[in-house]
Ligand binder design. Sequence first.
Ligand code: SF4
Length: 315
Amino acid sequence: MAIPVGISACVLGQKVRFDGGHKQNRFVVDELSKHFEFKPVCPEVGIGMTIPRPAIRLLQLPNGDERLVDSKVHETDYTDKMKQFADKQLTNFDPLCGYVVCAKSPTCGMERVKLHIANGNTVPGGSVGIYTRELMARMPWLPVEEDGRLQDPVLRENFVFRVFSLNDFYQSLREMRSYDGFVKFHSRYKLVLMAHSPSAYKEMGRLVASIKEWDLDLFYIEYRQQFMDAIKNRASRSNKTNVLMHLQGYFKRSLTKTQKQELAELIMSYRNGNQPILAPLALINHYLKEYPDPYLQLQTFLNPYPEELKLRYGL
Ligand code: SF4
């Protein structure tokens, strides 16, 4: 089943921008569309603005408030309408597993959007588009990424991985919430958590150990937030090396001395930046077929998303 992901309509190629153009992203259209069911939204069209339309901007008032206004006529203010639209739109979007937003837009941008002041200058650091701010406030667990940042292999991998993981969480636990269900889900992600955040790995281990003290619905909310926060951290090469060495330990009785040495060398080669992670992982997956281990076979770290996305090639 395709994974539901929201998207700024112009990033999908719809001609909805203020100048009648689009900002189609090839990776989104050519690769992610095979796995994600994109739900395009243009919030500016959603509040009744025309195509084409006058440009709008974020304006900071002297009291610090940020407003979405016409670039030339600042009295024409779209902020409240946009917030109302976001409120209505996002209510229907609860099962989303991610969102791709358009960079720099005063409506959809996720970071460093130009924030103007009345004299025409801008505020250093910028701000967040009005719609995307509402989105992130309403669903703080949701993976949100900008189209431009998806060109970066590390950010791209992390975003796509988080979308697949949230979908897995929903598939595993949305309907059938049980203590056992959470323990099983958590067990599959142990190596992932170790790679993304050793401190969250420990913290979440304690959380899951205390599960019987929780109401399951409250646990669901707490676990989802902690889990999604943890995997938002970039999995560093040194953390991933530790995980690979941990995996290596599972084969210490089954492999010959030469095989052990070959695997150890491959892991070191990855650690030193001479091999992508796929090299040691391919060998580990090969040994896993030869010497099956039920715990390892279920580990998401080994197969986090479809290989055809080629997300780990350069990592
Ligand atoms: S950035 Fe957002 S508001 Fe602007 S055209 Fe794209 S979808 Fe519409």
